[in-house]
Design a protein around this ligand. Structure first.
Ligand SMILES: *Cc1c(COP(=O)(O)O)cnc(C)c1O
Length: 376
């Protein structure tokens, strides 16, 4: 699905130099490299504060902790996504409230958010799924009307740009009160281990986030808040700092591969190619098809069968995500049943993601698309 070896070979000198610098300095934790990377990323994004942490899930947890919610407060998040957003809300004693997504963009449906709001709702956590921003214009409007916090899960969408109706452009993760991202190796900006970050323009929130991520400590060994220990190590910061100058070209390479896929699949009656939102650029963390079988065939069986046949040709393909959150065992809730969120359930049965990374060449793309079409 990803080719990190080829990417490394292209920037090996810079990566090796950065890692060696950290080893020479022996400043492995909270070193200068982390500081530098935070500053470079803040400048790149056009956001005031970047606070690096241990991983993307920690970033989401720390973001919710910084909002000062109370047990039982409700946090709205999409049901078709990775588990992290609901998981951290549940861990903190808040109530994750899941809502349906748009069938075409895969992203949270603002009308569904409106319907889910109760007096206990305190935050909306949209996920910019597969690399395209959710409908932030509407989400921010809803949040303002109901006095809610917005925490963006931009783990898959770093570099995606959103254009508001007034013409203002913002980066994914830099529109809500707090944005979160992950530097997991396969993410669009990935390190060589675990990493994550929070973004905010709010000075007070930034300070609170720094304190929470560091054991709730304001003055050393004086703990003013209940915090956690979550930090990016200096070697990972060195890798990220070497990769950041390439992020624009990496995004362009993904978009080019997506364009090739689009052209190859256009007009096939069994394939819906990824829809593009008019307000957001797409950075293609995933290139995700919706497969449409002939009448009378089960979509999930059809999809799984195609996936198996691709595997026989050494073509990896993944199902992100096979089970919506409201049908996950750990999150079963009497409020939800099968059929409640039809778009998410339909997507879970029909999506298939193809290889997507920065080093896909024409030969590989031709091999993949020809085989997909042949199997269909
Ligand atoms: C990867 C990811 C996360 C979690 O990031 P980690 O660094 O693996 O903890 C959260 N949300 C989404 C949408 C993700 O893709």
């Amino acid at each position: 699905m990803v080719d990190l070896q080829t990417q490394y070979q292209q920037i090996k000198a810079d990566i090796d130099y950065g890692i060696q610098e950290v080893i020479n300095s022996a400043s492995f934790v909270k070193g200068k490299k982390v500081q530098q990377f935070q500053e470079h990323l803040a400048e790149w994004l056009g956001v005031k504060h970047v606070i690096a942490v241990g991983n993307g899930t920690d970033a989401l947890q720390i973001a919710l902790m910084a909002l000062g919610l109370k047990p039982g407060d409700e946090v709205i998040t999409p049901t078709f996504t990775f588990i992290a957003t609901a998981e951290v809300a549940a861990l903190l004693g808040y109530t994750p409230v899941v809502v349906d997504v748009d069938f075409d963009t895969f992203n949270i449906d603002p009308d569904a958010i409106r319907r889910a709001i109760t007096p206990k709702t305190k935050a909306i956590v949209p996920v910019h799924l597969f690399g395209q921003c959710a409908n932030m214009e509407e989400i921010l409007r809803i949040a303002e009307e109901h006095n809610l916090f917005v925490v963006e899960d931009a783990c898959q969408a770093i570099g995606s740009e959103y254009t508001f109706a007034n013409g203002i452009k913002k980066q994914a993760g830099c529109m809500g009160h707090i944005g979160c991202t992950s530097f997991f190796p396969s993410k669009n900006l990935g390190c060589y281990g675990d990493g994550g970050a929070l973004f905010t323009d709010d000075d007070a929130l930034a300070e609170k986030i720094r304190v929470i991520a560091n054991h709730g400590m304001v003055v050393r060994y004086h703990h003013d808040l209940v915090g956690v220990n979550s930090r990016l190590d200096s070697i990972q910061a060195a890798v990220l700092d070497a990769k950041l100058p390439h992020l624009k070209e990496y995004t362009a390479a993904r978009q080019q591969a997506a364009h090739f896929y689009d052209n190859a699949f256009a007009g096939n009656k069994h394939i819906l190619i990824p829809a593009r939102d008019t307000k957001s650029t797409h950075v293609f963390h995933q290139y995700t098809l919706r497969l449409i079988p002939d009448e009378g065939i089960s979509p999930a069986e059809y999809r799984d069968n195609i996936r198996e046949k691709l595997a026989e040709k050494d073509i990896p393909a993944m199902v992100y995500y096979p089970v919506p959150l409201h049908l996950q065992k750990a999150y079963l809730d009497p409020r939800y049943k099968h059929g409640d969120f039809p778009n998410a359930e339909r997507l879970a049965d029909s999506v298939l993601s193809l290889p997507m990374h920065t080093c896909l060449d024409k030969e590989q793309l031709e091999y993949i698309t020809q085989n997909v079409l042949q199997i269909l």
